[in-house]
Design a protein around this ligand. Structure first.
Ligand code: PLP
Length: 399
């Protein structure tokens, strides 16, 4: 039989999806399952988004569209950027794609030769490593444990950047930790980046409208505008607008990178569909009240999760201030048993928790931090309360 390409040997299915699938199967078999596993916002966009999609359907041209993205979408994203505190971008700095994931794939494809080094602060969103692996990049993980609030320090960054390092991946707010860098922390990292002009920065900001406690949306480009020539800002409608299935991701980048995206799109996806474009345009351009109220709602849920975790002896959870995840260190459970189930690592923990209590979480090893688990708290409020109780009971029953 003919062989698949070698790179497919490095491609793996998403570990998050594996847990979500197991939970789904148990639910289908009649088990009472609460899923804290999948990172979807679980709300729908405002009525104006659907109205725009309907209208686009009525006036559909049925034709191919722009490889960069329709002008209306680009202009709406420019407005979104200005509202986020970024001036000076123009259409030529932008490009669109099928969600932030596909955009990230294309940007990494455009920037990384095989063997080029990419720095990835850890815990990381799983696909960064998976994509870099497929592309044959040299991955250097920068461990940022709970003891340093899961955040990259300037000294750590400075020490990691070598003459041959090509790309830093920076994600703020973070999936899986929910941590948000303060403006001072971002400024200190930006000061380091300025000293290393050979480095690209991929800034995955897709949770930028989900920041709590009055913290601002800090960014290396705002802190040191001279970095704009080598920073690729990545955004998406998936999380901020409750539209993960609509599949729209955007970049704001140096012109050469945006043009590379356009070239890849022209050989790849060609364009976003008209109806999807209209919906995304309305999301970026229209009223932001759904996003604002959901952000407030997530902040309350964060409080509930943090309080429940704080009541479990030995569990440490740096306080998340954005996105909709908590990432507690549960290593206190290692070496113990739940019933007959020995818990020696995060995967054992998640399996035992799912079997005994019907609560699905993602093992931290999927994100490069095997002492933790990820809790995504966008389920129904009653399920969240019930699931957290079950988690507390599970810990109380360990021996
Ligand atoms: C940090 C981060 N980046 C990118 C993505 C991909 O988002 P999209 O749905 O726009 O492809 C996700 C999705 O979970 C994410 O958490």
């Amino acid at each position: 039989m003919p062989m698949l390409a070698e790179r497919m040997g490095r491609a793996k299915p998403s570990a998050i999806m594996l847990v979500a699938d197991k939970a789904k199967k148990l639910k289908a078999a009649g088990r009472d399952i609460i899923s804290f596993s999948i990172g979807v916002p679980n709300f729908l966009p405002g009525a104006h988004v659907y109205a725009a999609a309907h209208d686009a359907l009525e006036h559909d041209s049925g034709q191919y569209g722009s490889n960069r993205g329709a002008d209306a979408l680009l202009d709406a994203f420019l407005k979104h950027l200005r509202q986020g505190g970024f001036d000076g971008y123009e259409r030529k700095h932008l490009a669109s794609g099928i969600g932030a994931k596909q955009v990230l794939f294309n940007v990494m494809y455009a920037l990384l030769n095989e063997g080029d080094e990419i720095l990835i602060p850890t815990p990381y969103w799983t696909s960064y490593v998976d994509i870099a692996d497929i592309l044959g990049a040299k991955i250097t993980l920068l461990p940022c444990p709970a003891a340093q609030d899961y955040k990259l320090t300037p000294a750590q960054l400075d020490a990691a950047i070598k003459p041959a390092t090509k790309v830093l991946l920076f994600n703020n707010p973070s999936n899986p930790t929910g941590m948000v860098y303060t403006p001072d922390e971002v400024k200190a990292l930006a000061d380091v980046l300025v000293k290393h002009p050979h480095l690209w920065v991929l800034s995955d900001d897709i949770y930028n409208r989900m920041i709590f406690d009055g913290l601002p949306y800090a960014h290396v480009v705002k802190a040191r505008p001279e970095l704009r020539d080598r920073v690729v800002l990545i955004d998406s409608i998936s999380k901020s607008y409750g539209m993960p299935g609509w599949r729209v991701g955007m970049i704001a980048a140096p012109e050469s990178v945006a043009q590379a995206m356009v070239t890849l799109n022209s050989n790849h996806i060609t364009n976003l569909p008209e109806v999807v474009t209209a919906a995304a345009t309305a999301a970026f351009d229209g009223p932001q009240d759904v996003t604002t109220s959901k952000c407030a709602d997530f902040a309350h849920r964060r409080d509930e999760v943090v309080a429940a975790l704080a009541a479990i002896p030995g569990v440490a959870c740096p306080r998340p201030q954005g996105a909709f995840y908590a990432f507690p260190d549960i290593s206190v459970a290692f070496g113990k048993k739940h019933g007959a189930n020995a818990i020696n690592n995060d995967v054992d923990f998640c399996n035992a928790l799912l079997d005994a209590k019907g609560v699905a979480c993602v093992p931290g090893s999927a994100f490069g931090e095997p002492r933790a688990i990820r809790i995504s708290y966008t389920c129904k409020p009653a399920e969240l309360t019930d699931g957290l109780k079950r988690l507390q009971q599970f810990f109380a029953e360990l021996n």
